[in-house]
Design a protein around this ligand. Sequence first.
Ligand code: HEC
Ligand code: HEC
Ligand code: HEC
Ligand code: HEC
Ligand code: HEC
Length: 182
Amino acid sequence: MTKGLFAFHHKIQWIVIGLGIALVVIIALWGGPAAQAQPEQPLAFSHKKHVDAGTQCVYCHPGVLNGPVAGLPSMAKCMGCHSNVQVSDETDQPDVDTLLSLWDRGLALRWVKINDQPDFVYFSHRPHIQHGVSCESCHGNVGQMDFAQPAFQINMGFCLSCHRQQSPDKFTRLVDCKTCHQ
Ligand code: HEC
Ligand code: HEC
Ligand code: HEC
Ligand code: HEC
Ligand code: HEC
């Protein structure tokens, strides 16, 4: 009996270890692409340093308030601060010098897009921001990232999982195919 029980425990132990390994592999495969997705940007721009310095998301991405496109800040907007901001950390100066030299030569930064929906999807920031959906619920905590990267895979399931949680009077409209595929 004891021996049988021991063998049984032994089996369970291996099953548990096996499942553990499988889980690690699954997480590695799953988490892999998102973790590697950090694109090569033309300049090391830290969200964290700018947000910690007190700059609001909407100051740099004003499009979220009135339309589909959040937009990225122009060179002129960067220079609005950097024509007089002094960095406190000297190791940041080379990146700021790159910005200043591009501006002097009349060149612009061309950022690599991180979030991109296919054209057959209709998405607008406006209704979300108007109804108090936070940036973080779709983009994660970008304000604390040194390099902006996607926190979630924003696909149809992701959109629907939140729309399904809205109040019953809105539910039908929010899960209707036409709402997102016009
Ligand atoms: C609202 C003002 C403001 C705007 C707009 C702004 N910055 Fe900054 N930036 C700062 C401040 C403040 C710091 C941090 C200074 C410190 O304490 O070191 C900073 C730091 C930096 C640094 C060094 C730290 C880092 O991010 O690695 C770079 C590079 C930089 N900014 C680039 C840019 C670029 C590019 C833009 C436009 C897309 C921009 N900034 C727009 C205020 C601003
Ligand atoms: C000082 C200006 C500045 C501020 C403040 C700022 N951003 Fe950004 N943001 C940028 C720039 C420049 C880029 C493009 C470079 C990059 O992707 O890192 C960007 C990129 C992004 C992206 C990825 C865009 C894409 O390609 O899909 C997201 C999401 C984002 N910001 C969200 C936020 C949120 C949320 C906040 C507030 C917590 C915020 N940003 C504050 C300047 C800013
Ligand atoms: C309901 C989900 C959701 C919320 C909330 C949200 N975003 Fe987005 N955001 C997206 C999607 C989806 C895209 C990709 C849009 C596309 O490719 O057409 C995007 C794209 C962006 C981009 C890239 C530029 C662009 O417009 O394509 C920036 C910057 C951005 N968001 C910033 C913000 C900021 C700042 C907030 C909060 C004020 C915010 N987002 C809130 C889903 C969201
Ligand atoms: C975290 C929650 C959340 C996520 C994720 C989300 N939404 Fe929404 N969405 C809302 C809320 C809340 C509203 C406003 C509902 C209302 O009118 O009261 C809304 C409204 C909309 C509307 C306007 C509907 C109308 O008829 O007024 C569209 C279009 C939309 N969402 C598309 C999307 C798409 C596409 C995605 C995925 C890329 C997405 N949403 C992800 C919460 C979310
Ligand atoms: C809340 C927004 C939303 C609603 C409602 C919605 N979709 Fe989507 N759908 C998306 C997004 C975002 C994508 C693109 C990302 C992806 O492939 O999942 C998509 C992709 C698709 C695709 C392409 C899938 C692929 O693999 O390329 C089909 C087909 C589709 N939707 C059909 C539908 C149908 C049918 C309905 C109604 C029952 C519906 N959708 C409702 C947001 C939505």
